[in-house]
Design a protein around this ligand. Sequence first.
Ligand code: UDP
Ligand code: MG
Length: 332
Amino acid sequence: MVFYLLARYNKFMEKKKLISIVVPMYNESEGLHNFLEVLFSNLNQIKNYDFEVVVVNDGSKDDTYEKLKQEQNNYPQIVLVNLSRNFGHECAVSAGLNTALGDAVIPMDADLQDPPELISKLIEKFEEGYDVVNAKRSSRKDDTSFKRNTASMFYKIIGKWSNKVKISENVGHFRLMSRRVVDQVIALNDYVKVLRVEVPYVGFKTTEVEFVRAPRNAGKTHYNLKSMTDLALDSIISTTPQPLKFIKGFAIGFTLITLLSLISQIIMFTLHLCSVISIDTVYMLIWLVINILLLIGSFILVSLGIMAEYEARIFMEAQKRPFYIIESVIRK
Ligand code: UDP
Ligand code: MG
């Protein structure tokens, strides 16, 4: 009986795990109430966990902030982070990750495009021992064919260039990260934040859960062609110095062409001098000018190539990323 009571008492005193949901919001006044209602009705169904919802107001120009302050009365689990201006989606999520205290953290969009119903599945996988549970879009059939094609091209390029880091296709911000993954992502301290490449860089045991992405519940997307191109460039440039290496390829190709042209001119000129063939001097002079230009071009490209190699290393240095991350150390 005593043991039973003790066991019950221990169970009672056992601290529940805290899950932090991180939601960046920029001008989401219109759909905010509905979003919180759906989110909390889902969270309330998940027993045995405590939740905090870290909402980051990313310098909204509408009354998102005022509405959030009111909502805090209905939902005390809301932690309201207010940024001093609009920093952009990635930075807002970052601010949320830095504030979140949870044993696991789930960033998600505020427009119900990332379905709150999936949260329980993400937590299930977390309990199975995964440190990262990616929510992967099962299809992009609602996207325009332009967006589909550019997205697939982007993942192909980054997949090829990211070396040993595996960047999952069609995974955005919506994912669960364990505390140790969040801490490592924060420690990366990259100036250019791109969560979808930082999380795979950190590694740890990862799995995926598929979902269908719904259309926005209210308002309109904040992404346009320019911001998507910027994101793609940021992702590639913060992942790899590979584009800099292109210059080396160009330099080698260009120098080879120059050498070929020079050697053939010398041969032709010698043959001409030995009266084996006769070539018009005007042609010879034009060819000589072309060769000199090719030579100058090669010289510039080779110099650029050398500088790019140095720059590539400076880039790696400037990022100050750790060379390795230890998952665990067992001593007996
Ligand atoms: N967002 C933000 N700052 C910005 C732009 C967007 O915090 O400068 C938030 C926005 O409120 C939403 C999420 O980032 O919660 C994703 O934005 P959006 O839905 O416009 O992106 P899409 O789903 O179209 O890719
Ligand atoms: Mg959206």
